[in-house]
Design a protein around this ligand. Sequence first.
Ligand code: GLN
Length: 543
Amino acid sequence: MSQTKYIFVTGGVTSSLGKGIIAASLAKLLQARGYRTTIQKLDPYINVDPGTLNPYEHGECYVTDDGAETDLDLGHYERFLNVRTSQANNVTTGRIYQSVIEKERRGEFLGKTVQVVPHITNEIKERIQILGKSGDYDIVITEIGGTVGDIESLPYIEAVRQLLWELGENNGIVVHLTLVPFLSAAGELKTKPTQHSVKTLMESGIKADILVCRTEHEISEDIKRKLALFCNVKKEAVIQSIDASTIYDVPLLMQEEGLDTVALEKLALPDDNTPGLDLWKQFLNRHKNPKSKVTIGLIGKYVELQDSYKSILESFIHAGAANEVMVDVRSIHSEHISKEDLDKKMMGLDGILVAPGFGERGIEGKILAVRYARENDIPFLGICLGMQMAVIEFTRNVLGLDNANSTEMDDNTPYPVINLMEEQKSITDMGGTMRLGAWDCQLQHGTLVHEVYGETAISERHRHRFEFNNDYKSQMEEAGLIASGFNPKTGLVEVIEIPSHPWFIGVQYHPEYKSTVADPHPLFVGFVKAVLMQKQQTNASLA
Ligand code: GLN
């Protein structure tokens, strides 16, 4: 296929309709028909990337192999498509302006007045086409963040309008996602908000080709006809997107509704083969029919907002399906854990995961949870800060080094068992300055983590500043906590484990970013398996 085709996904009526999931589902269906597809997200906020955003603001910050700190929708894209994303897949207004301003400073605009139109819109158009021009994709789906009509979305909508014109008919289409609310007092579904939102889009010169209508109730043929007539689309292009029990149902629901078929027709692409979704269906089948259940505690401080740990929760779904077990993740606020109620808080947990995080708040609760897991032989996985807490817990309670800490939490600790890398010490900027993205790691032969991965040379994604302090390594190893994975170039410790414990692993990196439906992450699969086995053994010994 010579010409890359573009699909733009816009949203109307309200935010949080799940544009990312619709985009990912459409991409999945097109990919399953053999089209090389990728997805890009344009975010209209002024932060250069979401790396500096509090998780409460915007959910988890997702990290790509090339070290981009991105919107969590990119996680959905990777989990659905099993194709890696990169910096090019997520662009914010901040980045667009930064790039235009840098060009202005370099004199690239030759004395011209730099304006939103054409300079900002041109920059947006360029960013949209970077993936298409790479030659790696037949179809690029671009999701425009925000809601149509927002002031901050205007330059994006204008850029899309221009691009549609430049690309020409059948080379670019618009999928508009709206809400069809049910008014219980009237007992009906209402189409007016959708009509208004399509009209708003029209005012900007864009005609929606396909409407995806989010709804809690079935949309009748009559309502579809009405929506089609008033929104100027064919009836087959009105797609119902009804609430699903899991996001992984959405591709199949969209296929039933014919979303991929209309999209291909509008793009003048052949629609002769049916999507190969057998593996996807097998996964769903295992996910929905578990043979047993385990409860895993997720100890973190951003637990009020589920999106803060999105990739971890999804990784458990993948690993649960792989083990045919339902993983009930119980979120426990680390700030609410105290010595007095530790037993009560940890009661009923078959496994414990201590989550990533930043700053001092809630760390003592995390340390208590690690101790509980270590002393009670409960399978444990510590991720990033969770691994650092495991190291601190061990040095304090096994080595007896009182007040051991990370210098992130206590600059004056007598035992800085986690401290700053030399090259981080001079950095004052917060944005994009951590150890980010994929780094190689060498696993030690014969360790638990080696068994879990089944190989020794791995690469995993990072997002942190502080590191295991190698000065304490031999002391820890003598006492029973070993370093079982290293960065082969720098010698930095990437993995720790306690061989005398049934399953205790801490990783400095983030395995959750790489788990996908097609490729569940070995650490999560291994962890869930260990949790299940331990639970079965405990039950057997109690019987
Ligand atoms: N705050 C820790 C660090 O910067 C851990 C970061 C994380 O958990 N992602 O090293």
